[in-house]
Write a protein that binds this ligand. Structure first.
Ligand code: FBP
Length: 314
């Protein structure tokens, strides 16, 4: 049984940049977050802090805890030059004494609407080299991944050499390799979208959804946590859609923090991702760290079929 640490050490030297220690630091933080998520009903960590972040979003206690833990650990670990968190308006830089080579974008706890109801939530991260400055296209990610806190806790990541998944054995306190070389099925039968907004979708998307529903075996699954809906898509295939709509033409999800890590993982797992103007989000140079983007990500054949509904190159 290969632990995540063993695997990281074995991979050392196989990639241009050595993010072994940095990924190990994220691994350690995720174990602490996992233990608090699992005990969240018993300790005073559920509910809201009463604070709102600069985007007017209510900050959940567990979100705040995970955010502070990630920032403090990464900025004092000697590997990181700066962090960009979904919860912070601006990047936070390491002191000179702790300055490192990497920039880490992260969503400390994705799926915040599910925190208090014990539905799966997760942490998302994307790593860049500092030589490219803060605003870099997603294609320049050195590594990306997520940790899902669900019926089991898994650490799934890529450093450009395929996607691997590690399951936490809480009794031992180690992540063990459980999903080697994850390959997203080329096609699928599951679509994942919040259909409550259907009246705000464009006609092409509504036509695509009607088309899917006419297909035999099509199923709808929507947890409302991108990490959970994408994890299922990696394992079973399907398509995850958080599109632009009349009230949010650019969509809800953050390009640099939520979409680019999943687009990179999806590319590495043989799937496909499109964003603004149905283009590959990894090629977009962000204008701001909190840029939003539509996200249509999943099995290649399903994303291509979705695109076929925009024949006139919307
Ligand atoms: P948070 O990072 O604030 O949780 O927002 C992201 C998210 O919760 C995604 O995980 C999820 O896919 C989406 O928002 C759900 O949006 P909606 O509630 O509009 O369906």
């Amino acid at each position: 049984m290969l632990t995540l640490t063993d695997y990281l050490l074995n991979e050392r030297g196989k990639t241009k940049h050595d993010v072994t220690i940095l990924l190990h630091q994220i691994e350690n933080v995720s174990k602490i977050i996992a233990s608090h998520v699992k005990a969240s009903g018993l300790i005073d960590i559920l509910g809201k802090t009463g604070k709102t972040n600069t985007f007017g979003e209510e900050v959940q206690k567990l979100d705040d805890f995970a955010n502070k833990l990630l920032i403090n650990t990464l900025l004092t670990g000697g590997q990181v030059h700066a962090v960009v968190s979904e919860e912070n308006e601006k990047p936070v830089f390491a002191t000179k004494a702790n300055d490192g080579d990497y920039i880490v974008f992260f969503d400390p706890l994705d799926g915040s609407s599910n925190i208090d109801v014990t539905c799966p939530i997760g942490t998302i991260f994307g790593i860049y080299h500092k030589s490219g400055d803060i605003l870099q296209p997603g294609k320049d990610q050195i590594a990306a991944g997520y940790i899902i806190y669900g019926s089991s806790v898994m650490f799934v990541y890529t450093a450009g050499n395929g996607v691997n998944g590690f399951t936490l054995d809480p009794a031992v306190g180690n992540f063990f390799l459980s999903h080697s070389k994850i390959t997203m099925p080329q096609d699928g039968e599951i679509y994942s979208i919040n259909e409550a907004y259907e009246h705000t979708f464009d006609k092409e998307l509504r036509a695509y959804l009607q088309h899917l529903k006419k297909k035999p075996h099509t199923a709808s699954r929507y947890v409302g946590s991108m990490v959970a809906d994408m994890h299922r898509t990696f394992i079973k295939g399907g398509i995850f859609l958080n599109p632009g709509n009349t009230s949010r033409p650019k969509g809800k999800l953050r390009l640099t923090i939520e979409v680019n890590p999943f687009a990179y993982l999806t590319e590495q797992a043989g799937g496909k991702a499109v964003g603004l103007a149905n283009k590959n989000p990894l090629l977009t140079v962000p204008e701001h760290i909190h840029d939003r983007t539509p996200a249509i990500i999943g099995s290649k054949k399903m994303v291509d079929e979705y695109l076929s509904f925009y024949k006139d190159g919307k």
